[in-house]
Design a protein around this ligand. Sequence first.
Ligand code: 13P
Length: 334
Amino acid sequence: MSIEQLADIARAMVAPGKGIIAIDESNATIAKRFESVGIPNSEENRRAYREMLLTTPNLGEHISGAILFDETIRQSTKDGVPFTKVMMDNGIIPGIKVDKGTHALAGCPGEVVTEGLDGLRDRLKEYAQLGARFAKWRAVINIGEDIPSGTCIEANAHALARYAALCQECGIVPMVEPEVIMDGDHDIETCYEVTEVTLRSLFDALYQHNVMLEGTILKASMVVSGKDCAEQASVDEVAESTVMCLKSAVPAILPGIVFLSGGQSDEAATAHLDAMNKLGPHPWPLSFSYGRAMQSAALKIWSQDLVGNVAKAQETVFARARDNGLAALGKWSS
Ligand code: 13P
């Protein structure tokens, strides 16, 4: 696939007023989400849940793509229509999470590195055949006493760059996600500094590995106060700090930036995105790739009646997509 084709996909992922729904929870992560609402974590429940999300009527009006998990990209509706076909029929681009999760980084207590490079070329080829047009790899950067270390930031940037180069070789747009975690009592300035150095290191590594930025999407964490910080930054402070940090570290040629929600409330995730876009225009579209902030309300409703509440849950998914789509344009009001 040519760079023009990759760039077309990347631009479609951040089309005006559209963003991405992340439904790529591993089986261990979805188990936690299901447990919180009392749903057994069976393969059929996972399939039915993802069917509910992906068959939301008119979802494609505000959603450009969905990130799936390995199990999900192989699944179908109860009527036997592959999820990837349902998505493409609704103008939703199939994406796939390809990393194999985080593991303790030897020699660096409290820090992790994302694994999954071994055999990745063959897995990407298969995912492309299954219909995936973009992929996701999430690195995790923890903030704490004396961390993150330069070693951790570089190890994760290196893995992200090798993943991204492999994706492009296989005709898949890489979404690169270096998530700076919100946990901790650090202030917003600390989050800014860590995010900036993480992004600079990532774009250095992408350059070293000949990754074409025109065919790459950044999935970023917002610059926020640590969850346990006594002083919580306002919506406007988060928006201003995040935009400034991105402008200082992300090349303008990138086709778009989407945010993760990272544990923010639904409302906060939307308000922050809206406030950032109200500060625009920016060098790149700023949109969303939310997991929890797109799904949590719908999951609660669905869990009360897995058959009877499908339509009600879908209304909630649609409302979250519409609100975040408006926020991607800076046109949302609470
Ligand atoms: P959250 O929006 O729940 O953080 O999930 C997004 C995601 O895909 C993290 O990798």
